[in-house]
Design a protein around this ligand. Sequence first.
Ligand code: CDP
Length: 210
Amino acid sequence: MTSPTRETGTHPVVAIDGPAGSGKSTLSRALAARLGIERLDTGAMYRSVAWAALRDQIDPSDLEAVAGVAQNLTIEVGDRVVADGTDITEAIRGPEVSAAVSAVAANPAVRAVMVERQRSWVALRGGGVVEGRDIASVVLPDADLKLYLTASPEVRAARRSEEGAEAVARRDRLDSTRAASPLEVADGAWVIDTGSNSVEQIVEEVLTWL
Ligand code: CDP
């Protein structure tokens, strides 16, 4: 399971990208558990910034003000998500944050702050499974394994039924068409349809590519 290019004593770096409801969290959790390494949900970081902007009554499209929020916000992403000392694990999945997050994530200054923190997270651990939208394309272009997850719009909307199909489609449109690090299939990424196989089957197959 050791890639020839990996330094001794380090863990693999796995980048997982894909649209809303494509199965990133489920697969990244399962893969991290199998590999015995940690997992970082970068979507939770952008959601935390959106939460903090709403907390501070800042318009999510106010680039400068939201960039300031991102710079000053402490974010801990693990089993729970804690920002500025407040447990926001549930709050960041709510409709207000979901509706605001794509505008916040389109802000290049916010992305610069988050990308730096994400790279530091990986460097500190010597590897990990990192999931998001721009992980293979921007954050970790040298990842040992790059996965791009897809599923039909129907399957993805069903997985995000509490958010609603229209809101999910809007978020995907904003994430794919923004100028700064849009969601796209990175060079060298394996494209996986998570609607047709079980998590276990996908994990087994993916491990053979590492
Ligand atoms: O779980 P789901 O796929 O629905 O969303 P998420 O991974 O929690 O990400 C929430 C939002 O954060 C996305 O809709 C993007 O706008 C943004 N995001 C991003 O721009 N870049 C990332 N690496 C991760 C998330």
